[in-house]
Write a protein that binds this ligand. Structure first.
Ligand code: FNR
Ligand code: 8K6
Length: 346
């Protein structure tokens, strides 16, 4: 049994975790048609409450943040009430839960809402929505300054809504090629104003969102997920390195609950980062770092012992094993994940 995983950890004066295993955010597309969490979602999360911290599936902050069917929201009273049932059930089992706040930017599709697709620049992505292949992605509208100001305010409001819904905090989804990440990579950000061109400018939106959310609910309750290595909905550019150097250094003074790597396989190396995304973040970030990406409990514990990161997030194995933490603790084998498991919410 990898003992280090089962230590209590104090993230700060507000949040302590029962162990170092986090449930990674996992989009399941199972909210109802008003994007309200269902009773099946209440059961699904409650079964996984032995995680030190559950991070919810990505949850949209407002209608134009949606790019996949039936992803939950945090912008109506019904959604807040639905999430309250989830967080009450998780708390009743002794667990803790953060909401992952999401806006997909140019990965949005007007099929899901009335209005325009917003992104830093009018640069679209190729392809179409998974499982809805006839919906091809559109060229987005470059957000105006007014659009940006409103987006920042809407992230802060969604964070306040998350607290009202009983979440212990929020994780800002700044990873995986979605809106915040689009500002951080040259392939998606070609702005010429104070949000583009230089590392400081390209980091501005991520930092303004982070600061607005922290001002609203307290930095102790805020995590941030980033993908310095472009690998999903995004092309890499070696100039991105300087952007992340600036951003991650600036985060050191923010005293967030944690920083979380956005990656599917942490063995992936990025030339412009000089190695893996987690090693790169560790080399700059001084606070609590959450590693993730194709780890087992054993390999994750080893990485923690080697100080590669401090907490381990587990994604797919948590879909396959609601009792992942109990199994690992008891030294039992875990069931292998299979993509067919996405069809049902067990
Ligand atoms: C994901 N991942 C993901 N990441 C995120 O930040 N928000 C999300 O909503 C989702 N949704 C999602 C759905 C599904 C079906 C998968 C498989 C993955 C990425 C996830 O959090 C994690 O980084 C990866 O799954 C890698 O960890 P594992 O699965 O190897 O432990
Ligand atoms: C984050 C929201 C995604 C919604 C659908 C999730 C389905 C994920 C299925 C796995 C996709 C893997 C893509 C990983 C890219 C790796 C590149 C080397």
């Amino acid at each position: 049994m990898p003992q280090v995983l089962f230590e209590n950890v104090k993230l700060n004066n507000t949040i302590s975790l029962n162990n170092r295993i986090l449930m990674a955010p996992l989009t399941r597309c199972m909210a109802d048609d008003d994007l309200v969490p269902t009773d099946d979602m209440v059961k699904y999360y409650a079964k996984r409450a032995k995680a030190g911290l559950i991070i919810s599936e990505a949850t949209i902050i407002r209608p134009d943040g949606q790019g996949y069917p039936n992803t939950p929201g945090l912008f109506t009273q019904a959604q807040i009430t639905g999430w309250k049932k989830v967080t009450d059930a998780v708390h009743a089992e002794g667990g803790k839960m953060f909401a992952q706040l999401w806006h997909v930017g140019r990965v949005a599709h007007p099929y899901f809402f009335d209005g325009e697709v917003l992104a830093p620049s009018a640069i679209g992505i190729e392809g179409s929505i998974p499982r809805m292949r006839d919906l091809t992605y559109q060229t987005p509208k470059a957000a105006t300054k007014e659009d940006i100001t409103k987006l920042i305010a809407d992230y802060a409001q969604a964070a306040a809504n998350a607290i009202e819904a009983g979440f212990d905090g929020v994780e800002i989804h700044g990873a995986n090629g979605y809106l915040i990440d689009q500002f951080l990579h040259h392939a998606a950000n070609q702005r010429t104003d104070e949000y583009g061109q230089t590392p400081e400018n390209m980091s501005r939106f991520a930092l303004q969102v982070t600061d607005a959310v922290a001002d609203r609910i307290g930095a102790d309750r805020v995590g941030l997920r980033v993908s310095p290595g472009a690998y999903f909905n995004m092309d890499g550019d070696q100039r991105d390195r300087a952007v992340f150097d600036f951003l991650i250094s600036a985060l050191n003074s923010r005293n967030l609950a944690y920083l979380h790597v956005g990656i599917f396989d942490d063995a992936m190396e990025f030339e412009y980062l000089g190695g893996s995304a987690s090693a790169y973040l560790r080399s700059i970030y001084k606070g609590t770092l959450v590693g993730v990406g194709s780890y087992t409990a054993a390999s994750g514990a080893e990485a923690i012992q080697n100080q590669q990161f401090d907490l381990l997030a587990i994604g797919r194995p948590f879909i396959a094993n609601p009792d992942y933490v109990e199994k690992v603790k008891a030294g039992q084998a875990v069931k292998e994940y299979d993509e067919s498991m996405l069809a049902t919410l067990d």
